[in-house]
Design a protein around this ligand. Structure first.
Ligand code: GLN
Length: 247
């Protein structure tokens, strides 16, 4: 495959923490390998996307009010998104995007925001501001087939419960719940996380997992991605890990 097509949904509403930077990273790491990367934007009022024609569906994070605004619009496409997910589209979901694919999100006013219900987890906003999950976070994960410590920045009231397959174990920070044990949600073609940063700028292995998945999605014999020099990214990450672990 020499072209990856991405559907970036609601970038105008769910980009409060600069999560659109994740798309810059994917695009850069594709370009460095001669892989064409096409990013289509979708938001409320846009023509209905052909979900099955994409390799990645990406949704970033935002405030409750924006999640409420897009919830009804997103739900219109539940059947198509579920079909695309079952057909192997890669879903990369950050914070609000993570929450929106669960069963429901009860916001700080106790109002249930209907969600897509694609996955079994659900989210309830913490009303005690002292328990809001804000700060740098480090987690230990195995999704690349080896143990990997990754970092990000979290900023959410939402407490996400009933996550059967988390992305990783919290080393420092909160994760899915305040002072929780696990962070995110992971399946072969789904990475959902509370980590802003942008997440992919800090953790090149996640980008390459997503790109590698897309490149090999229909290949019988998987091809390795050409390596990229990630010395700077990994040195920066190690500084954060050392700082967080020696807190
Ligand atoms: N509004 C949601 C919460 O506070 C998601 C926040 C976000 O996307 N960082 O939990």
């Amino acid at each position: 495959m020499n072209k990856i097509r991405i559907l970036h949904m609601y970038a105008d509403l769910l980009d409060l923490y600069g999560d659109s930077g994740n798309m810059e990273i994917i695009s850069y790491r594709c370009r460095m390998r001669g892989i064409e990367c096409e990013i289509d934007q979708y938001s409320i009022g846009s023509p209905k996307p052909d979900f099955s024609s994409y390799d990645i569906l990406y949704i970033g994070g935002g405030a409750d009010i924006e999640q409420q605004r897009i919830s009804d619009d997103l739900i219109k496409y539940r059947a198509e998104i579920e079909e695309a997910y079952k057909n192997g589209i890669f879903m990369f979901l950050v914070c609000g995007g993570f929450q929106l694919m669960g069963k429901h999100y009860r916001d700080t006013n106790g109002k249930d925001i209907p969600e897509l219900g694609l996955f079994d987890y659900y989210t309830v906003a913490e009303t005690d501001r002292k328990k809001k999950c804000v700060g740098d976070i480090a987690i230990r994960t195995e999704f690349t087939g080896k143990t990997l410590d990754i970092v990000g920045f979290e900023n959410h009231s939402g407490q996400t419960h009933n996550v059967k397959t988390p992305l990783g174990e919290v080393l420092n920070g909160n994760g899915n719940t305040t002072q929780g044990k696990n962070e995110g949600y992971f399946e072969k073609n789904v990475i959902a996380t509370y980590m802003h940063g942008p997440c992919l700028a800090k953790n090149p292995e996640i980008s390459d997992y997503i790109i590698g998945y897309c490149v090999n999605r229909n290949n019988d014999i998987p091809t390795e991605l050409a390596p990229i020099d990630d010395t700077i990214e990994k040195n920066c990450r190690q500084i954060m890990i050392d700082r967080l672990m020696n807190n």
